[in-house]
Design a binder for this molecule. Sequence first.
Ligand code: GDP
Length: 343
Amino acid sequence: MTKTAFITGASGQDGAYLSALLLEKGYRVIGGIRRTSTGIIHRLAELGIDKDVELTTFELGEFQHILRLLDKYKPDEFYNLAAQSFVGSSWDVPLYTADTDAVGVCRILEGMRDILPECRYYQASTSEMFGHVREIPQTEDTPFYPRSPYGVAKLYGHWITVNYRESFNLHASSGILFNHESPLRGVEFVTRKITLALSNIAQGNQETLDLGNMSAKRDWGFAKEYVEGMWRMLQQDEADDYVLATGSTHTVRDFVGWAGESLGFDIAWEGEGENEVGIDRKSGKTIVRVDPQFYRPAEVEILIGDPAKAKKQLGWEPKTDVRGLADMMAKADYDRVKSGRVF
Ligand code: GDP
């Protein structure tokens, strides 16, 4: 029997990789996208699956609409990847962020509870819930301390998932994913901003890369590997919560250095704070600067996850390290800039 999966946020980075994985496994994949996203399914096109995913409008704010979709498609598995997912924007649109990332989760779970209780549910939780971290590294048992409206909203999404599992016996799992990147990452996130800007600088289209806090440390993995972990969570007999991470952490500055190396730069760092600059030793040019407009009102200084439980129970392990990731992303962006096909 062909299984049906419903993926919200199918036009995003994780939605595209997860769609590809599930199609490969023989699933019928229904991709929920916002009405306004119809023109931007380029990630699915990039993976060559834009004709294979059945797209449908999906709005997290509309309860009746969610009920109708559950009733129409009766998915075996439901992956909720839709969100206002950019931390920086969440201070500008905190109420929208709460409605989608927090209450939206409850709308889906309410629908499943009433009309599709046998459906397995995946909630996209995030390391941003650890925020001002209470311990290093962070595990499934580390107390939460979110530091942005995004983190706060996602924390509700996480706990309502746990609560509906415990209250109504839903097979609802929450994946606490640390930062996961790829050539399909949105350009507002720092890794992609770096690889695209350096590719433009290398080809003479741009003078500098302007960043905020370069000392922030993140545990960056490869998104394509993380969606495999999502799927594995839903294949378990019992639903549960899992951290997916690499177990290593690096600064934004390190990532700039590695992406730069892949594109032929040799960056030396000079100065401190707002005056810090990155100078390319080969050309003598300043190619990285600090712009305080990219500082956040409250920062998450360090994230580093311990994926031991996922390894033990799901047999999941990350394979790509951060240098490999920076190299892959830098080369992909270099080629895109060269061929004029940037998104
Ligand atoms: P996040 O961990 O979900 O917030 O992922 P981001 O990729 O947006 O940000 C990762 C880290 O990079 C955060 O600590 C940011 O403060 C830091 N950062 C420094 N400069 C920038 C920038 O120009 N853009 C973004 N998005 N982040 C930056």
